[in-house]
Design a protein around this ligand. Structure first.
Ligand code: 6PG
Length: 258
């Protein structure tokens, strides 16, 4: 595939790849191909394809384009990486964005969409309820972790991923599958987020990162491996990790020829 730079494996993490695409369309098409391959493989081996999706703005185009692809949605189960604790119809709701761009445009049964209940109660109650949904769906025994086939992550300017923000006590939680989080910036709504043990137990993790404003934090996470940045803690135990960047987001990486 032309116009793609693949960085060598990082010696510390053999299961990590970094792919930089000249154009966003190429990044999205590559991701669609990965989704399709992973979906086929998971359904063939286990009868289901389990995915956790991130919100934010970066994946919107990918979700829209994915909705036009013929996939086995009847055997696909969608979970949410993190949710803002706002009503479904709130402009900041991740699941609302996912419905508008993807879930409302494909034949996925409602029961296959596992979202966070934000219509009543408090964020910590919603986190416990979401955790129970994950436990019962994956039929987990006490202390066991779900193994998602795919988790899609974004990267914030401050190095957060999911709703795991720098300095948050949620970063070190190792006995919960989902937690409530109060972001450092109060305007960002209380959140419910899956935790690092869940993320790092996934079979596949795809990071979507685009735009020149992310170039600094990309370099800090991918090359400087700045451990103060939450995204640096994404180190899948056995799964594969692929960073999908556009040229602008990858511009400061030392192998970049741009
Ligand atoms: C959210 C996301 C969050 C996002 C990053 C990047 O709920 O906001 O899950 O972790 O992935 O903040 O957001 P952008 O894609 O909008 O830059």
């Amino acid at each position: 595939m032309e116009n793609v730079t693949e960085y060598p494996y990082n010696t510390l993490m053999k299961n990590r790849k970094i792919r930089v695409f000249e154009y966003p369309d190429q990044l999205v098409d590559y991701a669609i191909g990965k989704w399709s391959d992973m979906s086929e493989d998971a359904i063939e081996k286990r009868g289901l394809f389990t995915v956790a999706l991130s919100g934010g703005s970066t994946p919107v185009y990918f979700y829209k384009k994915l909705s036009g692809i013929n996939l086995n949605w009847n055997k696909t189960h969608i979970f949410i990486v993190d949710e803002r604790f706002v009503p479904f119809d709130h402009r900041d709701s991740n699941v609302r964005m996912m419905h508008e761009t993807l879930l409302g445009n494909v034949d996925i049964p409602e029961k296959n969409i596992h979202s966070v209940t934000t219509e009543k109660g408090r964020a910590d109650e919603a986190a416990h309820s979401y955790e129970s949904d994950i436990v019962s769906f994956f039929k987990l025994s006490s202390g066991a972790l779900p193994e998602f086939d795919l988790i899609l992550l974004g990267l914030g300017y401050d190095g957060h991923t999911a709703s795991l923000f720098p300095g948050s006590s949620a970063l070190t939680v190792d006995d919960r599958l989902a937690v409530s989080v109060t972001p450092p910036d109060g305007s960002m709504h209380d959140r419910v987020s899956i935790t690092f043990p869940v993320i790092n137990n996934a079979r596949n993790i795809l990071f979507f990162i685009t735009g020149s404003k992310k170039a600094e934090v990309v370099k800090d996470v991918l090359e400087n491996e700045d451990s103060t940045l939450p995204a640096s803690s994404v180190k899948p135990r056995q799964g594969k990790l692929i960073y999908l960047l556009d040229r602008q987001a990858g511009a400061l990486l030392s192998g970049s020829t741009r």
